[in-house]
Design a binder for this molecule. Structure first.
Ligand code: BG6
Length: 461
């Protein structure tokens, strides 16, 4: 950690991300008394400061409501710089707007193709010394472009000052994976190839691309959520105990986990597209982009050799739920016939929409017969005042705390895993009906381990 940033600069302040995530996060931080520095919006929309304030109000009205006092404070903190990102004069005006601020945090909510242009503009106007930079996902399109991007950013910023956002890392239940694994001793003896049969991570969304067809055409499920959110979850499940709880110890252990994930081969991947996707606005009529991906990962480590990790993510699936399912091996002898085929004997970590942690097991049914039933010990929590991921991540970046941000090596290693199967040339694309669990071909991946575990829609705690 370092000194607190003394200004927040939002590039792309008129865009979608600012509207959906950033303004609500700013209001929440101000309400908690954690943000009181100038907020400088930058865009090339020909706006005025008043328009920026109006836009922020609309964003808050659409996302949880306006808190009059916090909004008034936010309006006072706002500055606005309008200009083209390629015009050096924009950065001169930005420097002026920053006044005496010496440690600004630059948040780049802009297309990655503009990162280098903006970084150069910032450097040429004296806006980089002492500064930090936050970059949004997608961080590159593949390994080569991610490396290029890292090289570009390193020309102007130190690694310690580069914050690569993966909002999954800011989620409470994702942080809990790290905590739960290493705050308890009962898990460690079984958390390996001797006891674990398989791990499955399902990220199901019951909706489509929600008007983001143009963005999605450039991404597809593998780039959109597998390379980042879901591989990050794999790293937390697979990592060795870190040597300490400090940022670099944890990121070293995660980096090592990424290193043992074998790059995907076409036979380990099933790509699907829901019927109707090609009619979405912004989508090509002959699009080969996947809205569903199922992959089988193999980890080459002492702990995990031979244990398959499956990931499945898709749009227009039957439910909206993200869940980790860790199945234990069956007892070596089937003493009780009724238990032999039970799916119990597993851990379940629900990551959204609710935070659920459960241990499923067989327990004897009261009565004369030695027969049992599946029981589940469930812990579930929901707190109204919980920080949203963007709120937490913005706060941490302002403090210079890197713990919940992706380090260069992890991002590049994650790209190395998916690189061989990116694009439409490597694997076929199967069509699936909206509302189904994706193409039937995906079932072949898990056939040897009993099929996919289907997360249920849960109503809450
Ligand atoms: C985003 C993806 O990063 O994560 C979206 O671009 C996806 O396609 C979203 O829907 C899911 O995040 P959350 O927090 O809503 O589960």
């Amino acid at each position: 950690m370092g000194e607190q940033s003394d200004a927040l600069v939002l590039f792309g302040v008129t865009g979608d991300l600012a509207f959906k995530q950033v303004f609500p996060a700013l209001q929440a931080l101000i309400r908690r008394g954690q943000l009181s520095v100038p907020i400088v919006g930058v865009a090339r929309s020909g706006w005025t400061l008043e328009q920026l304030r109006d836009r922020a109000r609309q964003s808050l009205e659409a996302h949880g409501g306006v808190d009059a006092a916090a909004f008034a404070r936010m309006s006072e903190l706002f500055r606005y710089v309008d200009g083209d990102y390629r015009d050096p004069a924009t950065y001169v005006r930005l420097r002026e707007a920053l006044g005496t601020a010496a440690r600004p945090l630059h948040y780049l909510a802009i297309p990655p193709s503009l990162f280098a242009v903006v970084a150069e503009g910032l450097a040429s106007s004296g806006c980089t010394p002492g500064a930090r930079v936050v970059v949004e996902k997608p961080f590159g399109r593949d390994l080569a472009s991610a490396r290029e991007l890292n090289t570009t950013l390193h020309r102007f910023f130190r690694e310690a000052d580069i914050f690569r956002i993966d909002h999954y890392l800011g989620k409470e239940p994702v942080q809990n994976l790290l905590y739960y694994r290493f705050a308890n001793s009962f898990l460690e003896p079984v958390w390996n190839r001797n006891y674990i049969r398989q791990i499955q991570i399902t990220m199901a969304e019951s909706f489509g691309v929600r008007g983001r067809g143009k963005f999605y055409e450039e991404a597809g499920a593998i780039r959109d959520v597998v390379q980042n959110h879901l591989l990050q979850v794999v790293s937390l499940l697979a990592m060795e105990p870190p040597s300490g709880s400090d940022t670099e110890a944890v990121r070293d252990a995660k980096g090592q986990a990424f290193r043992v994930i074998r790059p995907l081969q076409p036979a380990d991947v099933v790509r699907g597209q829901f019927a109707g996707y090609r009619n979405e606005p912004g989508v090509a009529p002959d699009s080969e982009v996947e809205t569903f991906a199922a992959v089988r990962l193999q980890l080459d480590s002492w702990r995990w050799a031979g244990v398959p990790f499956f990931i499945r993510a898709g749009k227009c699936l039957p439910v909206t739920a993200t869940e980790v399912f860790v199945e234990l091996k069956r007892p070596p002898q089937a003493l009780f016939a009724d238990a032999a085929t039970s799916p119990a004997n597993c851990f379940r970590f629900r990551l959204s929409p609710h935070v659920v942690l459960s241990l499923a097991a067989r327990a004897k049914l009261p009565g004369e017969a030695m027969v049992g039933e599946d029981v589940e010990l469930v812990s579930c929590h929901e707190r109204a005042d919980e920080m949203a991921p963007y709120e937490r991540l913005l706060r941490d970046a302002m403090r210079g705390d890197q713990m919940l941000f992706a380090r260069e090596d992890a991002v590049e290693r994650a790209w190395r895993v998916v690189d061989p199967v990116l694009g439409s040339g490597t694997t076929p694309l199967e069509t699936y009906a909206a509302g189904s669990w994706g193409p039937t071909e995906a079932d072949c991946l898990t056939a040897a381990t009993g099929g996919w575990h289907q997360p249920a829609e849960e109503s809450g705690c």
